[in-house]
Design a protein around this ligand. Structure first.
Ligand code: HEM
Length: 412
């Protein structure tokens, strides 16, 4: 079997679906980075994949992904008790309804502020603007200061956070920018963690629950030790960076509205229920995380298919979200599939599956939905013109987005 690392890098989101079409029903088998690979999908495969006896994360992620997207020593790379303890740090902040509402309010305020400025400009690129306004909101919410000339620093910081996501799956200049961005931001945040620790504030004297940055600074591992400052910075970035990554979905939402103008009125006026259905469909339909991966720690059996120890097991997220066996007309954008119902736990998997507290499922889904349900109806209510531009979303680029970044003129 040929090694498929190069086809993955060149074909992107089309790589697994193409292989699957060629090999027929059943899991896809191939090789990546010299390792045998099996790719699974479907609601029955999700609990199998998230069972730690079947898939381990330590050493599964290649160095170029860690040095850009996630950071070394990140929660993504832990297993067992070590993982659950670190994960609890994220869950306590990211699943708290009052904190999520507060973040959504900050995002809304930043949108309203930015929207007024857009009216004075000949044109704006939605991707760039949304990345900056989410950066400003999430930094303030997490208790991470941005310097006094806020526009400059929030733009530079947003650029770094976007670069880390944008450059993880390529070998070109985008990759080197991503590494430099991560180095810069880790150094800065590690210094901040040290400052917070050395200030030695009395927690009892504090007027409110700890912010994200304070919680990360105070977090202790099972052996009682604080995280070293660099790892603390990595985990702080694991809240800041993916919140800013909701920019991708916001711009995909703009793309969907442009392609389906008939949905605009309902999204603008109907309230939270329809906005949530729309957000789910954006997460299902548009390509973002292609798959998740781990290593089989022993010889396994998946529905009669043998999986040898050391095999790289993939859960095909993009494939499952477009599986015709699960979704009617999967390549049609239709929020109606989610009106009046929430998707099943292991049905819609753009941010992983299973139980977030127990396994590696993304702890940021509530945050993602809160930001999208705040921004997408506001986008639908905004008056703007979409000039001629390249709105294609290339499937070979990972992560992808409308090529132009979604340029708008006459914004009101
Ligand atoms: C832009 C939308 C987002 C997408 C597409 C996304 C996607 C994902 C995926 C696919 C995983 C891996 C699941 C697995 O390994 O099984 C993940 C994990 C994670 N995400 Fe998200 N995510 C998003 C937003 C967020 C947000 C807003 C936050 C935090 C505020 C967040 C924090 C994390 C963390 C900390 C993990 C690691 C969890 C673990 O290893 O236990 N994500 N995300």
């Amino acid at each position: 079997m040929l090694d498929n690392t190069l086809p993955l890098l060149t074909r992107g989101y089309a790589w697994l679906p193409d292989l699957s079409r060629r090999t027929g029903p059943g899991p896809v088998r191939t090789r990546l980075l010299g390792k045998p690979v099996i790719a699974l999908r479907g609601p029955a495969a999700v609990p199998f994949f998230y069972d730690e006896n079947h898939v381990r994360r330590r050493t599964a992620l290649p160095e170029p992904v860690l040095s850009t997207l996630f950071g070394k020593g990140a929660v993504h790379t832990l297993d067992g008790e070590e993982h659950r303890r670190r994960k609890a740090l994220f869950m306590s902040h990211l699943k708290d309804a009052a904190r999520i509402t507060a973040l959504a309010q900050r995002v809304t305020d930043e949108w309203e502020r930015a929207r007024k400025e857009w009216a004075d400009r000949p044109q704006v690129t939605l991707f760039d603007e949304v990345s900056v306004l989410i950066t400003r909101a999430v930094y303030a919410w997490a208790g991470v200061p941005l310097a006094e000339h806020p526009d400059d620093e929030s733009r530079r910081t947003a650029g770094d956070l976007v670069a880390m996501v944008d450059g993880f799956a390529t070998a070109g200049p985008r990759h080197w920018q991503a590494r430099a961005a991560r180095r810069r931001q880790e150094e800065r945040l590690a210094r901040l963690i040290e400052e917070i620790r050395s200030a030695d504030r009395d927690p009892a004297a504090q007027d409110g629950p700890p912010s994200v940055v304070e919680a990360v600074a105070a977090h202790r591992e099972a052996d009682g030790r604080l995280l070293d400052p660099r790892t603390a910075a990595v985990e702080l970035l694991n809240v800041l960076r993916p919140t800013v990554a909701v920019t991708w979905y916001t711009v995909f939402g703009a793309h969907a509205l442009h392609r389906h103008p008939e949905l605009r009125k309902r999204l603008a006026g109907e309230g939270e229920g329809y906005a949530r259905a729309f957000a789910h469909e954006v997460r299902r339909f548009y390509p973002f995380a292609p798959f998740v991966a781990g290593l089989a720690p022993a010889d396994l059996d998946w529905q009669g298919e043998p999986i040898k120890e050391g095999t790289l097991v993939l859960l095909d997220l993009y494939g499952q979200n477009h599986d015709p066996g699960l979704w009617d007309a999967p390549y049609t954008f239709d929020p109606e599939r989610f009106t009046g119902r929430e998707p099943g736990r292991d049905e819609l998997v753009p941010q992983g599956g299973g139980d977030a507290a127990e396994g590696h499922r993304c702890p940021g889904e509530d945050v993602t939905l809160a930001v999208l349900t705040a921004l997408l109806p506001r986008l639908a209510r905004l008056d703007y013109h979409v000039p001629e531009q390249d709105l294609r979303i290339p499937l070979h680029r990972m992560p992808t987005r409308p090529r132009s970044g979604f340029v708008m003129t006459d914004v009101r």
